[in-house]
Design a protein around this ligand. Structure first.
Ligand SMILES: [Zn+2]
Length: 325
């Protein structure tokens, strides 16, 4: 993890290795402090607090969760004195999408299988993820702390002379997707609406909605964007994300018209300029989302997580790349 200053009063803690749960956090160092996203558990959150502690006067008054994924909210428990702010859907969504017991269940079951006590119902995808994640994260001691200050479409925080605009843009990556715009600092904290140097995942929502959210970020014309994962960028980061989504949707459509399954499509699609992004096999989720749209199915029908992870494994194997999520 590394601390970086992105404007006069805004900072970011970046997980430079860009691992699966290595989300970035932000700090607006005004009005008692606002932290944006709290890392994938208390031990990562403690590191983040240590780094921001180099520049802030004390624990922040407010926390914003950009969306409901565990890697952005599992450090909330260390901020219990702060006002935790998020979109109205978040408490409910977090109980499902970020239920620590679910992860612990998968890890435990996989652990038993690894010690040669195979349990029914453990999929290869779940096994692979269970081998990977505990190397980097401690999911054992997570206590889910839900946001209590909720907003609908927009919320403006007044930090003395500085306004902070929270804009709900979901569902595009997740239901709660919120971007945090600090106009006077020229900064947008984008959450997972923008990922850099790693393959994005859309769990809920549609291509259309995601592309629109990126249009909005571009129209705000920020000097700096702090993405949910990967290095800090300017608006070229939003444009690159749009280009990826449009490219995958077009390639998927060509495969769909040829009658290929989404899995077959994933084996064929040339990743071109996105070849060196991490987690390339996540392509499956993006192709499958496009296929749902071509089949006129609801794009945000719930995923079968075990099946999706298995498909990611299959894509990785077929393309001869490391299984990574
Ligand atoms: Zn994330």
């Amino acid at each position: 993890m590394r601390l970086t200053q992105v404007s006069d009063n805004c900072f970011a803690v970046l997980n430079e290795e860009n691992r699966a749960c290595g989300a970035n956090s932000g700090l607006i160092n005004l009005g008692g402090g606002v932290v944006i996203d709290t890392q994938a558990g208390p031990s990562n959150a403690r590191q983040m607090i240590g780094l921001f502690g180099e520049v802030w006067p004390g624990m922040p008054k407010r926390v914003i969760n950009t969306h409901e994924d565990g890697d952005h909210v599992w450090g909330n428990e260390l901020f219990e004195d702060a006002e935790i702010i998020a979109h109205r859907t978040m408490p409910d969504r977090m109980k499902h999408a970020a239920d620590p017991k679910e992860v612990q269940k998968v890890l435990k079951a996989a652990d038993h299988s690894l010690t040669r006590l195979p349990l029914a119902g453990i999929h290869p995808g779940a096994m692979a993820i269970a081998r990977q994640l505990p190397r980097d994260y401690d999911f054992e001691k997570i206590k889910l702390v839900l946001p209590r200050s909720l907003f609908d479409e927009r919320l403006v925080l007044d930090l003395g002379d500085t306004e902070v605009h929270l804009i709900h843009v979901g569902p595009c990556h997740q239901v709660g997707d919120t971007i945090v715009h600090v106009p006077s600092e020229g900064v947008v904290f984008a959450g997972d609406v923008i990922l850099r140097q790693c393959t994005p995942v859309g769990w809920t929502g549609t291509y259309e909605k995601w592309l629109k959210a990126l249009d909005l970020i571009i129209s705000l014309d920020p000097e700096v964007i702090v993405p949910g994962h990967g290095p800090v960028c300017g608006i070229e980061g939003a444009m690159e994300m749009q280009a990826y989504l449009e490219y995958v949707r077009e390639e998927s459509e060509a495969c769909f018209r040829q009658g290929l399954s989404s899995l077959e499509a994933c084996k064929r699609i040339d990743l071109g300029p996105y070849d060196d992004w991490r987690f390339p096999a996540r392509l499956y989720l993006n192709v499958e989302r496009a296929y749902r749209e071509f089949r006129d199915e609801p794009a945000d029908a719930p995923w079968d997580p075990a099946k999706s992870l298995d498909s990611i494994c299959k894509v990785a194997k077929a393309r001869g790349i490391e299984v990574e999520f």
